[in-house]
Design a protein around this ligand. Structure first.
Ligand code: SF4
Ligand code: SF4
Length: 125
């Protein structure tokens, strides 16, 4: 994992309290996946979402720390669901994800600058 200086997510976390984090129930540990069942709400017979995010604009139950402050993190990083693995802070061309810019502004964080290192796009999400 990148250090704090190279990974803006480690002092942000805004996306983890904004989106509904939905997944196929096969991602739940009890269905052969990795996400702990107790942290998930079933939406219907085939879809589930992270607890806290059911209605959108809610904080994921797995988010640790204070949003927008250093030390924020995911309690289930290694077991996190697909939407969290696929969400990118930087796009393929190294420019910041516009959604990140909007979400960061909402919590009072400065905009991200384009990076020449696309490897940094892995982020913690
Ligand atoms: S992916 Fe974007 S919104 Fe989410 S923690 Fe990182 S910088 Fe913040
Ligand atoms: S990365 Fe972790 S804390 Fe953030 S939404 Fe996904 S499971 Fe929740």
């Amino acid at each position: 994992m990148p250090d704090d200086a190279s990974n803006p997510c480690l002092s942000c976390g805004a996306c983890c309290k904004h989106f509904r984090i939905s997944m196929y129930i096969g991602e739940m540990a009890g269905h052969g996946g990795t996400v702990p069942d107790e942290l998930v709400s079933k939406v219907n017979p085939v879809i589930a979402c992270m607890k806290g995010t059911e209605a959108g604009a809610g904080r994921c139950v797995a988010l640790l720390g204070e949003v927008g402050k250093p030390g924020i993190g995911c309690a289930i990083y290694a077991q996190r669901p697909t939407p969290c693995r696929e969400y990118r802070v930087w796009l393929e061309d190294g420019s910041p994800n516009p959604d990140c810019q909007r979400l960061r502004a909402n919590i009072g964080l400065p905009p991200l600058q384009a990076t020449c290192c696309t490897h940094a796009q892995a982020s913690w999400l």
